[in-house]
Design a protein around this ligand. Structure first.
Ligand code: NAD
Length: 800
């Protein structure tokens, strides 16, 4: 397969999707030209420029680091069309109107590179009809590329070819999206709304229908359709408010036009009568209650109280609601088969509601599998990646007993209880399920289909699996204790060990430190390198439970030894005689961050949340984190005129005192938790592969463990005093408490190498001793102990 080379991207349309897609390309080091209509007045590219300026105010942030915005140029169709010739991939994301899109295609086509790939982000229009708007010779490189909002964070991208799309182009684009942008791909057919929205919007319609039929309240339904059934916390109606009720009405309207009564032609959907928009929803939109963006929708905030629309009252009331105790008990059942049987049999409206929404989605998916998707796995993964469901509909059904559930659905159809009368397809009754080790069922081909064999997927050692698929290779265990497992994958590189933290939340306690030391010793003796990897979180820090217990027992000597052991472990990671590579994904906080900082190299997943957050529990980094920042300041100062370390300490001081957490791998490197040469991998499924390869490359090349620096130049007394001045201002302004002051001063003391003369030279061990002493002193204070207790109880920091 020829690699698809994409040096520059053009995004057409700087709206909600276009601007964020552009941002994510820039995150991945792909420069972008972002086009929109020429502005009526002022700067011609003002529309795109304004959209870009707004990006750094959005939460969650589209840019993985604020300065990435400089890699997106604002442009307009009036004066900049010639610049399209610079771009290898054009993604069209303008408003959802066929005529507007076709007009634009006619306008841009003459300016495109001959071998450009042109893709549309439409969610509802026919890709084939849009392709017809392109000159014939361009249609082989035209397809749909359907991102989900927000595009940086939602894994799913649906790729939709037409009959003319070149298979090699599509493979190349898929590989690029997977590894460069880190997306998860489902190949969809050119059917209305493709896969995820077709099922996802139907699922919303089913919820709307049964909510009304059973007379449930919106807040009650949100309690039922959130995490209790493996769906996002915002559940159904809260999500609708976040997405925008106008958008929901628009989507329902579009589906009404394609699939609803009167629409669709030969695609007419057996559920057509349900593709309508409820009157109450139309009424909300008509009066401008669009959800979160207008601060009023299905929910609204009155002071501190969250209120919900109540259709019986025709007004808002305080939200709350509760799950009926029997239903709560049923939802807690371990066996999915039991759960579904009991829900279907229980007369309470909440139980009936839950069974009904599952039944109708199962029914819908079974009937449509053959026409909307290549196979059942694609529907399940589309729902996980595009809608955040923990399990797709087919997996859920199969887990609950395929045949039993099929019989229950058939009975409901026969008795007119299902939303449509269409029978389940015959294949449902001929099978035991749709997922098997040999592949997932394709109704169109009546065969099991394996996963795509594109080379890019060999980088994913542990892809997202659907229930029923062949299990993953867990590798060969070399050694383990209660804290870590040392293992290897013979099919990858049998001489690179993998050490995985296996404690709860991957907190670092005695057993993890013991295990890590043993793993390093074994790797030094028997292997060529070591990777620290575990599924996210990487590690949330020291085991506070152990710390808290020792505090309560007044065992401060023991605590001191614990910290010394932590430092010893971090130093063992850093100075191991084989390269140790940390593969970081998700949270790497406190001690977890310190382990990563001490590794010879880091392979970060883009979505890594890294920070030294000890201040939140009234402590400072003492597992070598403060020392690492002092070393960084020393190294940076060596290169600067005057050689003064303090300017570099000051930024680290702020980072630590404020317990700043990097919200991406790029920020982690900027803040000094990583280094410029570290790897940032956009697809988290690839980090283990990349880390093993990195360890191998280091072992094969000139890598050697760093020396321990006996002469670190430190900021000393003047440094501490200057940090204190910053703190005094904040304390006087009432921004920090007396204990915040104390904690921050301890951090300053550690970072500055203690009360020594400014610019004195001290050893690394000296700084470790200072940070450890400061840490233990803080542990002895009541306020720090309160903070720790509060964190253990509530999971949140206490401001005292
Ligand atoms: P939007 O309304 O936020 O932005 C549309 C952009 O199109 C605006 O910048 C506007 O200036 C521009 N535009 C309007 N009329 C135009 C014209 N005649 N010619 C050229 N440009 C014009 O829309 P959006 O939500 O970003 O959606 C863009 C596309 O992405 C649509 O096809 C939509 O279906 C699809 N999509 C949206 C979402 C979503 O959640 N919003 C998700 C996936 C796909």
């Amino acid at each position: 397969m020829n690699r698809l080379i994409i040096r520059k991207v053009a995004v057409l349309g700087a709206g909600v999707m276009g601007a964020q897609i552009a941002a994510h390309c820039a995150n991945a080091d792909v420069p972008v030209i972002l086009f929109d209509l020429p502005a009526k007045e002022g700067e011609a590219s003002a529309i795109a420029a304004k959209a870009l300026a707004a990006m750094n105010k959005l939460d969650p942030a589209p840019f993985a680091a604020k300065d990435r915005v400089q890699y997106v140029e604002a442009a307009n169709y009036g004066s900049d069309l010639g610049r399209l010739a610079e771009c290898d991939l054009v993604i069209e994301a303008i408003a959802e109107k066929m005529e507007w899109k076709l007009d634009l295609y006619a306008k841009v086509a003459p300016h495109l590179k001959p071998d450009v790939v042109f893709a549309t982000n439409t969610s509802g229009l026919s890709i084939t009809a849009l392709s017809a708007g392109m000159p014939v010779e361009r249609r082989a490189r035209f397809c749909g590329i359907h991102f989900f909002n927000p595009p940086r964070y939602m894994p799913l991208v649906e790729l939709i070819p037409t009959a003319d799309t070149d298979a090699g182009v599509l493979d190349g684009l898929e590989a690029w999206l997977v590894t460069r942008l880190g997306k998860s791909i489902v190949r969809a057919r050119d059917t209305p709304s493709f896969v995820a929205n077709r099922v996802g919007v139907f699922s919303i319609l089913a919820v709307l229908y049964h909510t009304q039929r059973l007379g449930l309240a919106f807040d009650e339904v949100d309690l039922l359709t959130g995490p209790r059934i493996g769906r996002p916390k915002s559940a159904t109606f809260r999500t609708a408010d976040v997405v925008g009720l106008d958008t929901l009405v628009h989507v329902l309207g579009a589906m009404h036009a394609t699939l609803g009564e009167g629409g669709g032609g030969d695609q007419r959907d057996p559920w057509a009568a349900h593709f309508t928009t409820p009157a109450w929803l139309q009424a909300l939109v008509a009066k401008g209650a669009l959800g979160q963006k207008t601060k009023c929708g299905i929910y609204r905030k009155q002071g501190r109280q969250i209120q919900v629309l109540d259709l019986h009252l025709q007004d808002y009331r305080d939200s709350g609601g509760e799950v009926f105790p029997d239903v709560e008990d049923i939802l807690k059942l371990k066996s999915p088969a039991e759960k579904f049987a009991q829900l279907a049999a229980h007369p309470h409206p909440q139980a009936q509601f839950l069974w009904s929404i599952f039944r109708d989605v199962f029914h819908y998916c079974a009937v449509h599998l053959g026409d909307i998707a290549d196979n059942a796995r694609d529907i399940d993964l589309a729902m996980r990646w595009g809608f955040g469901w923990a399990q797709g509909p087919f997996e859920t059904w199969q887990a609950a007993g395929w045949k039993e559930v099929a019989a229950m659905i058939r009975e409901d159809i026969d008795h007119g209880r299902a939303m449509a009368a269409v029978p389940l397809p015959a294949w449902v009754f001929e099978r035991e399920g749709v997922h098997a080790p040999a592949g997932s069922y394709s109704a169109a081909e009546d065969a099991l289909k394996r996963r795509a064999a594109l080379p890019v997927y060999q980088r994913q050692l542990y892809p997202d699996r659907v229930l029923g698929e062949a299990p993953d290779d867990r590798g060969e265990t070399l050694w383990e204790n209660a804290g870590v497992r040392l293992w290897r994958r013979a099919d990858q590189d049998a001489r690179i060990g993998i050490v995985s933290i296996i404690s709860k939340m991957h907190a670092i306690g005695d057993e993890v430190m013991d295990g890590m030391l043993e793993a390093i010793a074994r790797a030094e003796a028997e292997l060529d390198g070591l990777v620290i990897w575990q599924p996210p979180p990487f590690a949330v820090g020291a085991n506070l439970q152990q710390v808290s217990e020792a505090c309560r027992a007044g065992q401060f000597d023991l605590l001191e030894r614990m910290v010394a052991r932590f430092q010893h472990t971090a130093m063992a990671i850093k100075h191991a005689q084989v390269p140790v590579v940390a593969a970081v994904q998700g949270m790497a906080l406190g001690g977890g961050c310190e382990f990563a900082m001490h590794a010879a190299h880091r392979v970060f997943a883009l979505e890594s949340y890294v920070g030294l957050v000890e201040a939140g529990v009234g402590l400072i980094p003492a597992g070598g984190g403060s020392k690492e920042f002092a070393l960084q300041a020393h190294a940076l100062a060596q290169r600067a005129a005057g050689g003064d370390v303090f300017p570099y300490i000051q930024t680290a001081f702020q980072t630590i005192a404020m317990a700043t957490v990097a919200k991406s791998a790029l920020e982690a490197v900027q803040l000094g938790f990583g280094r410029a040469g570290d790897d940032v991998v956009f697809n988290a499924h690839e980090i283990l592969h990349a880390a093993i390869r990195r360890a191998r490359a280091m072992a094969e090349s000139a890598w050697r463990p760093p020396l321990i620096n006996p002469q670190v130049s430190v900021a000393g007394r003047n440094g501490i005093a200057t940090c204190e001045m910053l703190l005094l201002n904040m304390a006087e302004g009432g921004f920090i408490s007396a204990h915040d002051y104390r904690v921050a001063k301890a951090a300053a003391t550690a970072l500055c190498g203690g009360e020594v003369d400014t610019n004195s030279r001290v050893s690394e061990q000296w700084i470790l001793d200072v940070e450890r002493a400061q840490f233990v002193e803080l542990l002895k204070t009541e306020k720090t102990q309160q903070r720790i207790a509060h964190m253990l109880e509530t999971g949140k920091p206490l401001r005292n």
